[in-house]
Design a protein. Structure first.
Length: 344
């Protein structure tokens, strides 16, 4: 009697015997290799985000060579579970006391940046004829904290098309990188002081790493204030995701579809991490280690997302998302600059 043959691998298996290894391991191993490459390149070229490197590696892998089905479970696990865990650990980088130290005026400006940026981008995207999920991903990515915000929205709305997520992340990287030299140059041309320029950089640039780069270019005390303002925008991630989840629940109730939780578990985890860090009980060595792990987890998720995208499908998105990204960048930067002028 012949043994059954696996359709996927062609290997002979004994009746009743299952593979003892979890199916996610091959894909996780592939993600680990990509993360090591991304973090190594980022170490030697800090201006290039590890997340960008990882997503590019994933897209190259998918489009230049066949990806064996054995890797797919691990890739899917990384694109969802590891991504959400990375967002949770992001909360350990926030100290509420530092943000409150900015003063009521700056906090109001931060809220205006996030709310105004999201609402404006959603409305402009509707005028451009862009689907709701795509414009929501762009709106939150550009208004809150870049790729991490895109990832958080992805975890709440769970879009059917991964190309929408990759497009939003690619636009965050492109326009945020352009802002690194443009904000210091524009601040100098307008005669902004060092601290005001730092406030503007933190309020207008998309990714934390991009804000650090711009603050370093401005010099003086700009870097510290820029990072704190940016982290204040990151803190807005939790309430915005809670609102999106509530809207999703109401819409699902009307259609009879699956209702998302009142607050996604990873958002609750993010809040818990913020509270823990703000109490001062978490040692700095743990915070530093968590930062490295968070970067690795998000890089693994970006690689997995990139590995799910075919470039020929990405090209089909056309110029509209790029136009919306440009408009969103201008709106967020404009609100931030207006706020700086008011509180200066």
């Amino acid at each position: 009697m012949s043994h059954p043959v696996s359709e996927r691998t062609g290997a002979t298996q004994r009746p009743g015997r299952q593979n003892p290894l979890p199916p996610v391991l091959p894909g996780l191993g592939l993600c680990a290799i990509a993360v090591v490459i991304a973090l190594t390149v980022n170490h030697f070229v800090p201006a290039v985000s590890a997340l960008l490197i990882a997503i590019v590696i994933g897209m190259l892998l998918r489009n230049l060579t066949p990806v064996h089905p054995v890797f797919e479970p691990g890739l899917a696990f990384s694109a969802k579970k590891l991504l959400r865990l990375g967002v949770v650990l992001l909360g350990l980088q926030l100290v509420v006391g530092d943000i409150l130290g900015l003063g009521a005026g700056v906090i109001v400006v931060v809220i205006a940046i996030v709310v105004g940026g999201i609402v404006s981008t959603l409305l402009l995207g509707k005028l451009f004829g862009i689907g709701f999920t795509q414009r929501l991903l762009i709106a939150c990515g550009f208004s809150i904290c870049g790729a991490a915000a895109v990832a958080a929205v992805d975890g709440v709305v769970e879009p059917d098309d991964d190309e929408e997520v990759v497009t939003a992340i690619a636009l965050v990287v492109l326009f945020g990188t352009l802002m690194i030299p443009l904000v210091p140059l524009a601040a100098g041309a307008m005669g902004l002081g060092t601290l005001d320029a730092g406030l503007w950089a933190g309020g207008s640039i998309h990714e934390v790493a991009q804000v650090v780069a711009a603050g370093g270019i401005i010099g003086g005390g700009a870097l510290g204030v820029a990072v704190i303002v940016k982290l204040a925008r990151v803190l807005m991630l939790a309430p915005v995701m809670a609102v999106i989840s509530a809207v999703q629940r109401r819409q699902s109730a009307g259609t009879g579809g699956k209702r998302p939780p009142i607050m996604p578990l990873f958002v609750a985890g993010f809040i818990v991490m913020v509270v823990l860090r703000s109490t001062g009980i978490v040692p700095e060595i743990v915070v530093d280690a968590a930062s490295v792990v968070q970067n690795a987890l998000l890089s693994a998720a970006m690689f997995a997302l990139g590995a799910g995208v075919k470039i020929r499908n990405l090209v089909k998105v056309g110029p509209k998302p790029f136009a919306l990204a440009a408009c969103s960048t201008l709106v967020v930067a404009g609100i931030a600059l207006g706020g700086v002028m008011l509180v200066a």
